[in-house]
Design a binder for this molecule. Structure first.
Ligand code: HEC
Ligand code: HEC
Length: 258
């Protein structure tokens, strides 16, 4: 198997994995071949969800650790998977850490876009909204995200028919993960929709700002509504105690006419 076949095949994986550059959507795959048997890797890369369902302990532990983000199945032959593993080995032994995939390293280089939450201006947020809902067109003709996705945003209408909710995607994927998915969508439907219609770095940044904002605001909202609930519960308990108290007091004051 030629080396560059593995390199080519790895492009799909690179939306979610790095080799030696840290965790993205999935774990860093550097030295994974030392941690796992080759047979395990072949089976897992072909269908990790099948192994999770079969109750393989390592597969189940990984799935839990990564917030139950399912890794998509890969219709690959044993040889193709082995060539990917060889590519991971070759990249590890280069050590110097030269760029393995263009998309991810480009996204990560953008100053403001780090794995931690990033600071953005109001203008960027507005632009993200306009792009998401299609008020502003993507420069390369990609369909607006609302065609397939939904976010919880009081000011606006619901999403398209597929309506896959992105409200919590930012906590799940981080800025780097969202950037990687938008640069090179690992999901077939979305990949076809965005194929040859790449978003620009600025558009990706604007959308990421929106998803972070929506995510954080909804986390805050659910915390305040938790507090409201506790307050209500406490008021209820106090009210019940008062009623019981009044009842007991009255009871003792009413003369019993026996
Ligand atoms: C959409 C994102 C995504 C894509 C694309 C993806 N993976 Fe994964 N991968 C994950 C996640 C997330 C996990 C962690 C387990 C889980 O949550 O299912 C994982 C786990 C793994 C593991 C286990 C690592 C360990 O520490 O044991 C291997 C190996 C792996 N992936 C290889 C690949 C290869 C090879 C490809 C490309 C053919 C690929 N993945 C494509 C998301 C992805
Ligand atoms: C043609 C439909 C389609 C379009 C258009 C589309 N997506 Fe997707 N997207 C999908 C599908 C399908 C998935 C995978 C859902 C699954 O099965 O996990 C997905 C997954 C995602 C995810 C990962 C969600 C998560 O929490 O795991 C993100 C982030 C995302 N899309 C963002 C966007 C953004 C931003 C746009 C607009 C630029 C967009 N998508 C446009 C169909 C689409």
């Amino acid at each position: 198997m030629p080396q560059n076949n593995g390199e080519n095949l790895f492009k799909v994986c690179a939306a979610c994995h790095t080799i030696g550059k840290g965790r993205l959507v999935g774990p860093d795959l550097s030295r994974v071949y030392e941690k796992r048997e080759q047979d395990w890797l072949i089976k897992y890369i072909r269908s990790s969800q099948k192994m999770v369902k079969e109750g393989n302990p390592d597969a189940v532990a990984l799935f839990k650790e990564f917030n139950q983000i399912p890794m998509p199945d890969n219709n690959l032959s044993d040889n193709e998977i082995i060539s990917i593993i060889d590519f991971i080995k070759a990249t590890d032994s280069k050590e110097s850490g030269t760029a393995t995939t263009t998309t991810i390293t480009e996204v990560q280089k953008t100053d403001t876009l780090t794995t931690a939450s990033f600071v953005f201006s109001n203008d960027l947020l507005k632009r993200g909204k306009a792009l998401f809902y299609g008020y502003e067109k993507f420069s390369n003709g990609a369909p607006s995200c609302i065609a397939c996705h939904n976010i919880i945003d009081e000011s606006l209408i619901g999403g398209g028919k597929l309506s896959f909710d992105l409200t919590k995607s930012y906590s799940k994927l981080s800025a780097a993960g969202i950037g990687a998915i938008l640069a090179n969508p690992p999901f077939p439907v979305m990949n076809v929709a965005l194929n040859n219609k790449k978003l620009t770095d600025e558009e990706i940044l604007a959308i990421t700002a929106l998803l972070q904002f929506i995510d954080q605001r909804n986390t805050e909202n659910s915390q305040t509504s938790d507090n409201n609930f506790i307050f209500l519960l406490m008021s209820f308990v106090v009210a019940m105690l008062l009623i019981v108290h009044i009842y007991v007091v009255c009871e003792s004051k009413i003369p019993s006419n026996s």
